[in-house]
Design a protein around this ligand. Structure first.
Ligand code: AR6
Length: 246
C-alpha cells in the first residue's frame, strides 16, 4: 500500500473519501498528463490514514477531460438574480479597501447579512486591491462571504485586466481550505468601478475555467447577474470561451 498526501492523480479528493472524478458525470479536469486512477483514504492498523486505489477505479485518459467542454459547462452556471439569496457555500462581495458596506452588491450583502458582518469586517484591517478576505455569512444563506477589492476601470492602461484576474484567483484560493463546494460571484467591477462588462465577463470565465481545470474539489461556480444585459453578456461569453458542443 502506498502512502499519499492526496490523490496524486486527480489532485484533490473530497474529505468523505469519495472522489469527484469517479463519476463520469462529475468528472473534473485533472492537471496531470497520462492516465488517472482514483484513490481513497482508508485507515491502516496503526490507525493512520493511508490511501489506496478505489476498487473498480475507472481509468480515463486525461486529455479526454481537458477537451470535454460538456463536463466543464456542468460546473459553471449563470443566473440572473440576487447574490444575497443564493444558497451556496460562499458568495463573493465586490468590496472596497476599507471593507465597509458601500453601494451596489456590497451594500446589499451587508444589509442582508446584518451587523455581525460589519463587525467582523472592521476587525480585518481592510484589504488591498486584488486580494481577498473571508468572513462568515451571518444572516445570509451562504456560510461564507469572500470580500475582494477589484480595480476601477481607467481605460485599461494600468493593468486593470491583470488585477481583476488576480481578484478571481484570490477568491478561489479560499475554496480548498474552507471546503467550499459551491461559490457565487457577482459581476465584479462592472458597476461603480465601471469595467466594460464584455472584458470583465471574459476575465471571469477564463479564470474560472483555469481554476476548474486544476481543482476537482469544487462542484460549481455560479455567476449571479443582477441585470438582464449582464446576464446575456456572461451567457454569450461562456458560450464563446467554452462552447458546449465543442
Ligand atoms: N446581486 C448580484 N449582483 C448585484 C447585486 C445583487 N444583489 N446588486 C448589484 N449587483 P457594484 P463594483 C451588480 O457597483 O463595480 C461598492 O460601493 C451590479 O448591478 O456593486 O465592483 C463597493 O463598496 C453590477 O453588475 O461593484 C466598492 O467600493 C455588479 O453587481 C464598489 O462599489 C457590480 O457592481 C465596487 O464596485
Amino acid at each position: 500500500m502506498i502512502e499519499y498526501k492526496g490523490c496524486q492523480y486527480c489532485v484533490h479528493f473530497r474529505p468523505d473519501g469519495t472522489c469527484p472524478a469517479f463519476d463520469p458525470d462529475t468528472i473534473p479536469l485533472p492537471i496531470v498528463s497520462g492516465q488517472i486512477k482514483h484513490i481513497k483514504p482508508v485507515s491502516n492498523q496503526e490507525n493512520t490514514i493511508v490511501y489506496e486505489p478505489v476498487k473498480k477505479s475507472i481509468i480515463y485518459r486525461v486529455d479526454t477531460y481537458r477537451t470535454n467542454n460538456k463536463l466543464m459547462r456542468r460546473r459553471i452556471e449563470i443566473i440572473q438574480g440576487d447574490i444575497k439569496q443564493q444558497n451556496v457555500d460562499a458568495i463573493v462581495n465586490a468590496a472596497n479597501e476599507a471593507l465597509i458596506a458601500g453601494g451596489g452588491v456590497s451594500g446589499s450583502i451587508h444589509n442582508a447579512a446584518g451587523l455581525g458582518l460589519e463587525e467582523e469586517c472592521l476587525k480585518l484591517g481592510g484589504c488591498q486591491e486584488e486580494k481577498a478576505k473571508i468572513t462568515k455569512g451571518y444572516n445570509l444563506p451562504a456560510k461564507w462571504v469572500i470580500h475582494t477589492v477589484s480595480p476601477v476601470w481607467e481605460g485599461g492602461n494600468y493593468g486593470e485586466h491583470k488585477i481583476l484576474a488576480q481578484c478571481y484567483r484570490s477568491c478561489f484560493a479560499f475554496v480548498e481550505p474552507y471546503k467550499i463546494n459551491t461559490i457565487a460571484f457577482p459581476s465584479i467591477s462592472t458597476g461603480a468601478y465601471d469595467f466594460p462588462i464584455e472584458i470583465a465577463a471574459k476575465i471571469a470565465i477564463r479564470e474560472t475555467r483555469l481554476f476548474l481545470e486544476q481543482n476537482t474539489f469544487i462542484d460549481k461556480v455560479f455567476f449571479i447577474c443582477f441585470e438582464k444585459d449582464v446576464y446575456e453578456c456572461y451567457t454569450l461569453t461562456l458560450e464563446k470561451i467554452i462552447p458546449e458542443d465543442f
